[in-house]
Design a protein around this ligand. Structure first.
Ligand code: GMT
Length: 373
C-alpha cells in the first residue's frame, strides 16, 4: 500500500498525529508520502518508507493571497501519478480536504481513482470551519470525502450540529506511542530545574486565544502563593507576550519559564508534577494525553473532548472554563499531599493506555482497507 498524507507541519496536535500515524504505518511496510508546506516537526525523513513532498507556492504580484490549495492539489496529482499512490489521508479539513477533492477530480479525468480519508481535528470544524465564509466549502469537502473520521465523540457531535453532514463520521481517538517513552519519571535531571521540595507545573500549547494561557498563569500565581513551585510553558503563539507581561506585572517571572517551540516536550513532562490545560475549546487535547502518558496528572477545563480523555479523580480533575479559583484550589490540594499525587501519577499513566498507538493503529488500518475496497 502507498498512502499520501496531507497535514500541517507545525507543532499542533493534528500534524503530530499525522506524522506519528505515518511513521507507524511505514514500520508496517506501507510507503508513506507526506505533503506539507515544510517538513513536519516530528517527521523523520531518514526512516524507511517515509517520503516528504514540499508544497511550494510561487509568488506572483497579482495575487494578494497565494493559492495554496491549487499548489497542493497539483502536487498531490503529480505525486500520486509518479509514485502510484493508492490512498490519501488528509488531516484537518481546511483546506486539505478541499485540495484532496480537487486532486481526486483531476486524477479521475486521467482514469485514476484515488479515494481520500479526512480526519477532522477540532478548529477545522469548531472555530474556523464553521465561519460563514468557509462553511459551504467545508461541508462539501466532508460530504465528498470517501471516509470521515473525528478525533472524539464530542467533535463528531459538533460536526453534525454545525454542518449539513450526509456522511457517516467514525470516531478514532488520537493516540500515544508507549514504546518510545518506557522509562517515565526516571533520570529526568529534575534537580537542574527545581529545588527538591519545589513542585513543577507545566503547560504545552500553541498559545492561541482558545487556550486561555493567561488562566494557566493565574492558576499558577495562586499555587505559587501557597507552595514553592515553578511553571514551565512550552509553545509559541499570539498570546505569549501577554502572558509574559502578566508574569512581570504580578512579580512571578522568576518562577515561570517560557521555553518556546521546544522539541523537548517529553523531557519537560518527565519532571512535571502537574499539567494545566485551561482551553475554552479542545476537541481532544493531545497535550493532556501526552502528559498522562508521562505520569503527569491533568487539571483541565471540562469542554469539548476533554471529559472523554481526562477522567475525574483518575487522571486529574475538570473545571468550568475560567474557574481559576477551583483549578488552583484542587492543584494545591493534590500537590500538597504526596500520597494523592503519587496515586494520581500512576492512574494517569494507566488511563493513557486506553490510547496506546497499538490499539488505535488497528482502527486506521481497518479504515484504509475499507476505503480501498
Ligand atoms: O487549532 C488548533 O488548536 C490546532 C489543532 C491542531 O492542529 O493540533 O488542534 C486540534 O487538534 C488536535 C489533534 O487532534 C487536538 O488534540 C486539539 O484538541 C484540537 N484543538 C482544538 O480543538 C482547539
Amino acid at each position: 500500500m502507498r498512502i499520501g498524507v496531507v497535514c500541517y507541519p507545525t507543532f499542533g496536535g493534528s500534524g503530530v498525529v499525522a506524522t506519528e500515524l505515518g511513521h507507524a504505518m511505514a514500520k508496517k511496510g506501507v510507503e508513506v508520502h507526506f505533503f506539507a508546506y515544510k517538513q513536519p516537526v516530528r517527521l523523520d525523513t531518514n526512516s524507511k518508507n517515509i517520503f516528504f513532498h514540499e508544497v511550494t507556492v510561487p509568488e506572483y504580484p497579482l495575487f494578494k493571497f497565494q493559492p495554496y490549495e491549487l499548489a497542493l492539489s497539483s502536487k498531490i496529482v503529480d505525486t500520486v501519478i509518479k509514485h502510484n499512490i493508492n490512498l490519501l489521508h488528509v488531516h484537518y479539513a481546511i483546506p486539505h480536504a478541499y485540495a484532496a477533492f480537487m486532486a481526486k477530480k483531476v486524477l479521475s479525468d486521467q482514469g485514476i481513482n484515488i479515494p481520500f480519508v479526512t480526519t477532522l481535528h477540532g478548529t477545522d470544524i469548531t472555530l474556523v470551519g464553521s465561519h460563514p465564509f468557509y462553511k459551504s466549502a467545508v461541508s462539501f469537502s466532508i460530504n465528498n470525502s470517501d471516509l470521515v473520521t473525528a478525533v472524539s465523540d464530542n467533535l463528531k457531535k459538533q460536526t453534525i450540529d454545525l454542518f449539513k453532514v450526509k456522511k457517516e463520521i467514525e470516531v478514532i481517538p488520537n493516540f500515544i506511542d508507549f514504546s518510545i517513552h518506557q522509562s517515565h519519571n526516571e533520570n529526568c535531571n529534575r534537580e537542574n530545574i527545581a529545588k527538591k521540595n519545589e513542585k513543577i507545573i507545566s503547560h504545552v500549547s500553541n498559545f492561541r486565544a482558545v487556550k486561555r494561557v493567561l488562566d494557566v498563569i493565574k492558576v499558577f500565581e495562586k499555587i505559587n502563593k501557597k507552595l514553592e513551585s515553578k511553571l514551565i510553558l512550552v509553545g509559541e503563539g499570539p498570546e505569549k507576550e501577554i502572558a509574559q507581561r502578566y508574569c512581570i506585572t504580578v512579580g512571578i517571572e522568576n518562577n515561570v519559564s517560557f521555553l518556546g517551540e521546544s522539541k523537548q516536550v517529553y523531557e519537560v513532562l518527565c519532571y512535571s508534577d502537574l499539567f494545566l490545560l485551561t482551553s475554552q475549546a479542545e476537541s481532544f487535547g493531545l497535550a493532556a494525553l501526552e502528559a498522562m502518558m508521562m505520569s503527569v496528572p491533568v487539571i483541565s477545563t471540562n469542554i469539548g473532548g476533554l471529559p472523554e480523555i481526562n477522567i475525574e479523580g483518575v487522571s486529574g480533575y475538570l473545571f468550568d472554563v475560567g474557574d481559576i479559583k477551583g483549578m488552583a484550589k484542587k492543584s494545591i490540594e493534590i500537590l500538597s499531599d504526596q500520597t494523592t499525587l503519587q496515586k494520581l501519577k500512576k492512574s494517569s499513566r494507566e488511563n493513557a493506555k486506553r490510547y496506546d498507538i497499538e490499539k488505535v493503529l488497528e482502527l486506521y488500518i481497518d479504515v484504509y482497507d475499507r476505503t480501498l475496497k
